[in-house]
Design a protein around this ligand. Structure first.
Ligand SMILES: [Ca+2]
Ligand SMILES: [Ca+2]
Length: 420
């Protein structure tokens, strides 16, 4: 059956938005990378056909991942959290829905993953509205991969099927291509629980309160346990046997860890010599800043501060390095910045370890500082938290350390504490 797309919906497709809203680490370049193009509708048949156009079924939508805008009808069957994982209870966030042609569908291959932009999350997200499970919805947006799975992105309308109470985003036709959540004014599902005492604070008072919160009830890992944790926190969303290396972006077998050439090992994003904390249980085993990385690339990064520029790094596409600094690929620049700011707030001295703080220098050596702060602040803004980073934060909170990185939940707190 041909896909009939009403003209008014074609007009609402803004070239490029679908690409920008898909997390960079999860985007499919083939499906999401090509700009939407306008379909020429047969002139004679247009008017009656458009009025009568029915929503697509989920099956049709899965078979029409063209980037074009369409309305799809389906039953809410869960929340996708990875390419092949849809949870049906204890929903972690309001960011995505899975819909299917049957309310009892359990095969992810017959589900469409629907992105929920921030304006719709409080009304249509499953964490806030678990009673949506099993209900039939009409959703409108771009038929484009999400979580590397047939999906809908830039979703611009949600409605109960057969209802006249469609809700559309006030900014759906004029929105700028910012990723979500926005770096300013975000809300987190943990604002009324984990972060209650921090909400409304600014500057050093916010730093002090966040330090207290993220240092309370923490499970501290051994350096050996970090191997096991990383195989969970950094799992490849497209292959549960693999982890994704942070700087190189390569997917590597979980089992191929160690110290050999082309194996992956445990990279300290806050280099452990900056404050000399080593690998005893503490900052050196805090998985919020520990990531899998290729042994050679890890060695190239060494204890360099972060800054822009240099020459290309072998085995690390998009990375640059010179004598005193390292620049990671664009897709993880914000991740790196938020890990550094987390470490600065988590580790404040008084516990046997140095008070870690970023500064605006490079070449910090063994001082408990890492630069360059102005660059890290910019990276936080230009690369907002994506699905991989948010899942990681949740897994660390739920399973491993039981504390959160506040800057993934609230990227704007970087500015509140460290200025702009
Ligand atoms: Ca990122
Ligand atoms: Ca500190």
């Amino acid at each position: 059956m041909p896909v009939v797309i009403p003209r008014r919906r074609i007009a609402a497709v803004v070239t490029g938005i679908a690409v920008a809203l898909v997390p960079p680490s999860l985007a499919l370049t083939s499906a999401a990378g090509s700009p939407a193009t306008t379909i020429a509708l047969p002139r004679a048949a247009a008017a009656p056909a458009l009025v009568a156009a029915a929503p697509l079924t989920v099956s049709q939508a899965i078979g029409s991942q063209t980037g074009q805008s369409a309305t799809v009808r389906g039953y809410v069957v869960g929340q996708p959290t990875a390419t092949s994982t849809v949870v049906r209870s204890s929903f972690p966030s309001d960011y995505a829905l899975a819909i299917a042609d049957s309310a009892s569908e359990t095969s992810t291959s017959r589900m469409l993953y629907v992105q929920i932009p921030s304006a719709f999350r409080s009304s249509w997200g499953l964490r806030s509205n678990p009673s949506l499970m099993g209900l039939q919805l009409d959703v409108t947006g771009a038929l484009s991969a999400y979580f590397s799975h047939p999906g809908m992105t830039s979703t611009s309308a949600f409605a109960f099927s057969g209802s006249s109470t469609t809700t559309t985003s006030p900014t759906s036709t004029t929105t700028s291509p910012t990723s979500s959540p926005s770096p300013t004014g975000t809300t987190s599902p943990y604002d009324s629980t984990y972060y209650t005492s921090a909400i409304g604070r600014t500057g050093s008072a916010l730093h002090t309160e966040l330090h207290r919160i993220i240092s309370s009830g923490v499970t501290t890992l051994t350096y050996d346990q970090v191997w096991t944790a990383l195989k969970d926190t950094d799992q490849d969303p497209g292959n549960t046997n693999n982890v994704v290396e942070i700087y190189s972006g390569r997917s590597m077998a979980k089992s191929d860890n160690g110290g050999g050439v082309d194996q992956w090992n445990r990279e300290h994003v806050w280099a452990k010599s900056h404050g000399d904390f080593g690998t005893v249980s503490g900052p050196g085993t805090d998985v919020h800043h520990l990531r899998p990385e290729d042994v050679t690339v890890n060695s190239t990064r060494g204890n360099l501060d972060f800054d822009l520029g240099g020459s290309a790094v072998s085995q690390c596409t998009g990375c640059l390095s010179d004598g005193d600094s390292f620049e990671p690929r664009n897709a993880v620049k914000g991740d790196v910045a938020r890990m550094i700011f987390y470490m600065a707030v988590r580790w404040d001295g008084g516990d046997g370890f140095a008070d870690l703080e970023p500064n605006n220098l490079v070449g910090n050596g063994t001082a408990p500082h890492i630069g360059k702060m102005s660059v890290l602040r910019q990276w936080n803004l230009q690369d907002p938290p994506d699905a991989f980073e948010k899942r990681r934060n949740q897994v660390i909170f739920d399973t491993w350390q039981h504390n959160r990185n506040p800057f993934i939940d609230h990227p704007e707190w970087v500015t509140e504490i460290y200025g702009s």
